[in-house]
Design a binder for this molecule. Structure first.
Ligand code: HEM
Ligand SMILES: *[C@@H]1O[C@H](CO)[C@@H](O)[C@H](O)[C@H]1NC(C)=O
Ligand SMILES: *[C@@H]1O[C@H](CO)[C@@H](O)[C@H](O)[C@H]1NC(C)=O
Length: 336
């Protein structure tokens, strides 16, 4: 046998052994979840969620993006376990953390969907699963793709303000920080650049970007030099200088704020992303190339397929399944 063949075989063997060794850890991610987990126990669960979501966004379309963001905040803090819904009388819960308390919405709507599911199948469908199904439907109802999500999560009982403050990237984060926040939760640069595409829908309060982008970049009292100079005046007209609590909402993707499409990438590529964290995607070779490709793509198909895959990845974050956690009747129970 030629030496190169032996070497190749040996390498293949090493690779096979290595993959067996790492297999248990990989299989652990999302174990216990399945597409259609409620097929038998609550066959109409997914239809009922979509029906409620239609009614919710029909009444107030801004609730679609709000519910998509709720999933991001639920998953990054103690995993996708519905703990974002829990309430704390002493104000020490996730909901009381700065990144949440300012503007996170959609709690009543999750409760409303939960009530419907409790009528149909008592104590069967978790709050955590309702949040991801509602987020998936929010994308669909803004003309985005409809993709399957895994279900089978159970609800956590712990809610911590400190976890929420540590685990969510702030809008002023640079690319190194963003990749670190995501890799801490086993998500890749690709998940980061794809899930950031969620900012194609919804609004941001001036408080979240005005200081960094418009008035006091790097604490120097100037506009962010990377922000498009022709776009900046539009944002300056909305946001009051020096008001760090300005709640005025700005469309993150002006002109198509309720269309789940590629325009987020076109904005970022032309320096019109709203946050430092959006602009930052241009500072890494891989995320830059993805933004460029999507900004110039004719069809959203690749983005939509990537988005479905990234949602599966995020949806597996530190989940409780099997006998862990609980199925709560009221999602927003008090922990203290
Ligand atoms: C990469 C790090 C991220 C940062 C720093 C970030 C930051 C923010 C901030 C500051 C807002 C504005 C909130 C407000 O002022 O009302 C926002 C809005 C939003 N974010 Fe993100 N986000 C990130 C990733 C994500 C991900 C992964 C998703 C979903 C999967 C997401 C979905 C949304 C949506 C839909 C909105 C609009 C909410 C609304 O209209 O009520 N974001 N984000
Ligand atoms: C539920 O039904 C769907 C559609 O028939 C199927 O794809 C899925 O695998 C089923 N899931 C389970 C857990 O039975
Ligand atoms: C700008 O930021 C710096 C550093 O954080 C701060 O000391 C200063 O007061 C800020 N200026 C304004 C006008 O908000």
């Amino acid at each position: 046998m030629a030496l190169d063949v032996i070497i190749v075989r040996w390498l293949l063997l090493v690779a096979a052994v290595a993959s067996v060794l790492v297999a248990p850890a990989r299989a652990g991610a999302g174990a216990g979840l399945a597409i259609g987990f409620y097929n038998e126990t609550c066959p109409n669960a997914e239809e009922l969620v979509l029906e409620e979501m239609r009614a919710i966004v029909h009444k107030d379309r801004s609730l679609g993006p709000a519910l998509l963001r709720l999933l991001f905040h639920d998953c990054f803090v103690r995993g996708c376990d519905g703990s974002i819904m829990l309430k704390s009388k002493s104000l020490k819960g996730e909901r009381d953390a700065i990144p949440m308390s300012i503007s996170l919405r959609g709690f009543n709507e999750v409760e409303r969907i939960k009530a419907k599911l409790e009528d149909a199948c008592p104590l069967t469908v978790s709050c955590a699963d309702i949040i991801i199904m509602a987020a998936r439907d929010a994308v669909y109802l803004t003309n985005g793709p409809r993709f399957p999500v895994e279900t089978g999560r159970r609800d956590g009982k712990v809610s911590s303000c400190a976890d929420a403050e540590n685990d969510l990237a702030p809008p002023g984060a640079n690319i190194v920080d963003l990749k670190t926040y995501f890799s801490f939760k086993s998500l890749s640069w690709k998940d980061l650049v794809v899930l950031s595409g969620s900012h194609t829908i919804g609004t941001a309060q001036c408080a979240a970007f005005a200081a960094d982008r418009l008035y006091n970049n790097s604490g120097k009292g100037v506009q962010d030099p990377t922000l498009d100079k022709k776009y900046a005046p539009d944002l300056r007209a909305l946001c009051e200088p020096g008001n760090l609590k300005d709640e005025t909402p700005a469309d993150m993707d002006p002109g198509s704020s309720y269309e789940f499409d590629l325009s987020y990438y076109r904005n970022v590529y032309s320096n019109k992303g709203i946050f430092v964290s959006d602009q930052a995607l241009l500072d890494d070779r891989w995320t830059h190339d993805y933004v460029e490709r999507m900004a110039t793509a004719e069809s959203p198909d690749e983005f939509f397929a990537d988005y479905a895959a990234a949602m599966i990845n995020m949806g597996r974050m530190e989940v409780l399944t099997g006998d862990n956690g609980e199925i709560r009747k009221i999602c927003g129970a008090y922990v203290d």
